[in-house]
Write a protein that binds this ligand. Structure first.
Ligand SMILES: [Zn+2]
Length: 260
């Protein structure tokens, strides 16, 4: 396998039951069950593993009534990724379900957009409604990483490695970034929370946690533009991901999917 063609894994670590009206700005007239899954992702080559997002831990999940299934670290080990050896962690945005488990990757540099760090440490966090999806501990831990030389800032689009790049879209959070990965089936875009569900981007109906509706809608367009097809865009929280993509091994069925 060439160094610039990556394997791509989604690892589910938590779950939340909720109704469809909670997943669309302005609600949803159907009002049917529409649960959320929580994932971390691994981008893997023959000699390197890069992790996208770090999830939450049992304590911070239970504080918000989420159903914690397994530690993201245990999930990564199950696909052969040793968290202690990971050198690069890409953080899509600083919400509590994407930036926890601060001690899990002791050898890693963290990659974040300037705008996301400014947002979660700036004046807008004075508003409870904007602050709500962030955990203070995650932000403090990221500031510590900055002062320990372990934080790499990005401003817009950047390449991390051949066949692997970051793309800022904002929208759901001020500095949210997506990850574009070259795989054996072509260019895949890990949208993370640029679109929580397939339905958000397919129907142009934003998730209600939103910094900018305009940027969210532009983010859907950008995700489709950067991917080889609509089937190459992976939403951040949709349980359908585990139905559409195969599991790498029978014992991982229902919680790990190969996206490449
Ligand atoms: Zn989020």
């Amino acid at each position: 396998m060439g160094n610039d063609v990556w394997q791509l894994f989604a690892v589910k670590y938590a779950h939340h039951h909720r109704m469809s009206s909670e997943n669309f700005l302005g609600g949803d007239s159907h009002e049917v069950p529409m649960p959320l899954d929580y994932f971390v992702w691994a981008v893997v080559s023959a000699d390197r593993a890069i992790v996208v997002d770090t999830g939450f831990d049992e304590f911070s999940g239970s504080r918000r009534g989420r159903n914690f299934l397994r530690s993201p670290g245990e999930g990564l080990k199950a696909i052969g990724v040793d968290p202690a050896k990971v050198e690069d962690v890409l953080i899509s945005h600083m919400h509590y379900d994407h930036s926890g488990n601060h001690g899990l990757f002791p050898a890693a540099r963290y990659h974040l957009q300037d705008r996301e760090m400014s947002y979660c440490t700036g004046r807008l966090m004075g508003h409870a409604a904007l602050r709500h999806p962030f955990d203070e501990e995650d932000v403090v831990a990221m500031v510590q990483k900055l002062f320990r030389g372990r934080l790499v800032f990005h401003d817009g689009d950047d390449q991390i490695a051949p066949g692997l790049s970051l793309h800022r879209v904002g929208g759901h959070s001020m500095g949210l970034q997506m990850v574009r990965v070259r795989t054996r089936r072509g260019w895949v875009v890990l949208a993370s929370d640029a679109s929580h569900f397939y339905a958000n981007m397919e129907q142009g109906r934003p998730f209600p946690v939103v910094y900018s509706v305009a940027e969210t809608l532009e983010g859907y367009r950008r995700a489709y533009e950067l991917a080889d097809s609509r089937d190459h865009v992976i939403p951040g929280h949709d349980p359908q991901v585990l139905e559409r993509y195969p599991s790498p091994a029978p014992e991982l069925k229902g919680w790990v999917a190969r996206l490449d």
